[in-house]
Design a protein around this ligand. Structure first.
Ligand code: GLA
Length: 646
């Protein structure tokens, strides 16, 4: 990846000089030097300035900023501005405004107000991307391209309907096949002509589940097609890497495995949704997902909040030292640096109160001083660039399974795909285990343990793959309500989960029995459980049984030896301590509580999230300080050289 000094990690953030004047730009140059900024993301929301009227471009201001940044030794991650079409665009093309499921057409005045299926929007987006690439494709400041920003907007308009029908024809081949896939024999939904098929707009009651899932898949393909158009327009003029910043970890508007294959470098934005220890766990979760979507290769933290974390409806402050810990947490798990949103805190506009590297208070502030320290720290880590993280435990993630669990009519509203994934990851994180995410159809043989926390939908190929994984010697933990529908959302018949997986688990689930809201049951080993229970039979070993009602004495947790491996099944939702105990029993624990330890390449990253100093088992020279570290203070980080090479 291009950077004037290739032995540096990236450090910097979104830079919006168009919000300021020359005196501030001068100060920016000086402060960027002080903070050791070497990469600035420029132009993300600048369409209205770059193209003030349709087809009339003004690049002079951007020329000046790119030249200035280059002179200041700051490389540029140049964005296409297509996430925010200007007002003239929406007035000229009102049909390209997004429409909600209830038919409400949105208006400009915010951002992300476009329909990705509208031809006028797609044309205008590719045009401005191409113009930028032609002008700046070989500009010495440009290190990489940043297409769009957090592809997020969904739309249910007539353009979307037409594109959806085309996509469905391609996928299903015939109306009969579509009717069959969507189960339209139920509720008189049979389609007799393609024109009758709609996106899943507001309906009187439950929507057709197949329609929902196919719409999600279609939208993901639409996003990827829109990205590709811009990427290819850029590649026609530039050899610099092209990416887009993915919104992680909680948004799922596209198949991130598929997008990971399209970008030259996976880039994510991460804003923790809890303070303290929760933010540290969330950082690891986001970073492990990013690395996995990058196929294990290094990736880039494109945005993080500087000094704040979100928590419900509040924006809370990070504690001193937390900016560094989050930054090191991401780099430990494969990021090629750390960028922030944004360089300078806006003084006007919708995100005036979003934190920044240079806060409203200016450079004479705790936040900027910490940013300087973090910039120093990142600058010292250059030698780890390009090195990789190896994990031997995986959590299964599949977008289809996530989207499938959004459908109406599931037996419990407390089933939570994303929450289940996070919980599994967190239990492993707390046990000190480095985790990959993996797709259920991918080769899993390099993992000693695979956890499937919420695979409601499991394809035939996925079920076979999991069976083969166990047969080949792997240990698989499958959790409740998994493998119960196929890739078309049709229920598995003859007992759950899908047959090949049942063989590996040695079970047959006969009945789902969701628990009443707030109901807590106690299992035979004293563990508490909530949300869910199942009536199942096992030909393997029953480790723990239910003790209540008609399930009393029946298996709750089972283990089955199959081939050279073991299939474990957990049929309920254990409380936190019970779940952690089960995960630790399966994965082992390499951990000192509160100490995060990750190996990347030849270095061991250590982060003390606790409130007490931790004596390290093996003292070593720390890349961050250049000294030998034997004890890590509360909140401290260290990066120690390892004896072995990966
Ligand atoms: C996102 C966007 C940024 C900014 C930040 C902060 O990640 O990409 O433009 O809005 O959130 O809210």
């Amino acid at each position: 990846m291009y950077l004037r000094d290739d032995a540096q990690l990236f450090f910097g953030g979104d830079y919006n000089p168009e919000q300021w004047d020359e005196a501030v730009w001068k100060e920016d140059d000086e402060l960027m030097r002080q903070a050791r900024v070497n990469l600035a993301t420029v132009g993300v929301f600048s369409w209205a300035l770059l193209e003030p009227e349709e087809g009339r471009y003004d690049f002079a201001w951007l020329d000046a900023h790119l030249d200035r940044l280059h002179a200041n030794r700051v490389a540029v991650d140049l964005a296409t501005p297509t996430a925010s079409p200007p007002p003239w665009f929406t007035l000229a093309h009102p049909d390209a405004l997004p429409v909600g499921p209830d038919g409400t057409r949105l208006v400009h005045g915010s951002r992300d107000t476009y329909c990705l299926a509208a031809p006028a929007y797609r044309k205008a987006a590719v045009r401005i991307a191409g113009e930028l690439a032609e002008r700046y494709g070989k500009h010495p400041a440009v290190a990489m391209w940043h297409v769009h920003n957090e592809y997020a907007t969904l739309c249910w308009c007539d353009h979307t309907a037409a594109a959806f029908r085309e996509w469905l024809q391609e996928r299903h081949g015939s109306l009969d096949a579509l009717n069959d896939a969507w189960g339209t024999a139920f509720w008189s939904q049979r389609y007799g002509a393609w024109e009758q098929v709609l996106p899943p707009r507001a309906t009187q009651w439950h929507k057709n589940p197949g329609q929902h899932l196919d719409f999600r898949r279609f939208w993901s393909d639409t996003v990827i097609a829109a990205y590709r158009e811009q990427r290819d327009a850029i590649r026609a003029h530039s050899d610099r890497p092209v990416t887009t910043n993915l919104m992680l970890p909680g948004y799922q508007n596209l198949d991130l495995w598929a997008m990971g294959r399209e970008v030259d470098l996976v880039a994510i934005d991460h804003y923790p949704d809890a303070p303290g220890f929760g933010a540290a766990a969330d950082t690891a979760f986001a970073a492990d997902r990013a690395r996995s979507f990058a196929g294990g290769r290094p990736w880039l933290l494109m945005e993080q909040g500087t000094s704040t974390v979100y928590s419900s409806d509040q924006v809370l402050g990070k504690e001193p030292g937390e900016i560094l810990r989050h930054t090191i947490g991401h780099i430990a798990r494969g990021s090629e640096g750390a960028l922030f949103f944004q360089w300078r805190q806006s003084r006007a506009g919708a995100e005036t109160w979003h934190s920044a590297m240079v806060p409203h208070a200016g450079a004479d502030s705790r936040i900027f001083r910490e940013i300087q320290e973090v910039g120093e720290a990142v600058a010292r880590l250059g030698e780890i660039k390009g090195s990789i993280v190896i994990a031997d435990v995986a959590v299964l993630h599949d977008s289809d399974a996530w989207w499938a669990m959004e459908v109406d009519g599931l037996p419990s509203k407390e089933l939570d795909y994303h929450g289940s994934l996070r919980r599994a990851h967190r239990a492993l994180w707390e046990a000190g285990i480095t985790v990959d995410f993996a797709h259920p159809e991918n080769d899993l043989s390099r993992y000693r343990l695979v956890v499937a926390p919420a695979l409601f939908l499991l394809s035939d190929a996925g079920a076979e793959n999991l069976r083969d994984y166990v047969e080949g010697g792997g240990t698989l933990l499958v959790q409740h309500y998994s493998g119960v529908v196929d890739a078309r959302l049709h229920a598995r018949l003859g007992g759950y989960p899908a047959l090949p997986l049942r063989e590996a688990l040695g079970i047959r689930v006969e009945e789902h029995r969701p628990l009443r809201r707030d109901e807590v049951i106690v299992l035979s080993d004293g563990t508490r459980a909530t949300v869910w229970s199942e009536s199942l039979r096992t030909e393997g070993e029953t480790l723990v049984t239910y003790t209540h009602g008609m399930l009393a004495g029946k298996p709750a947790i089972t283990r089955h030896r199959f081939g050279a491996g073991e299939g474990w099944y957990l049929s309920t939702r254990l409380d936190d301590s019970g779940y952690t105990a089960l995960i630790t029993r399966l994965a082992g624990s390499s951990g000192t509580p509160g100490l995060e330890s990750v190996i990347r390449g030849n270095w061991r990253f250590l982060l003390n999230h606790g409130t007490e100093p931790i004596v390290l088992p093996e003292p070593g020279p720390d890349l961050l300080t250049g000294t030998t570290v034997g004890e890590l203070p509360a909140g401290g980080c260290a990066v120690l050289k390892q004896g072995r090479t990966l």
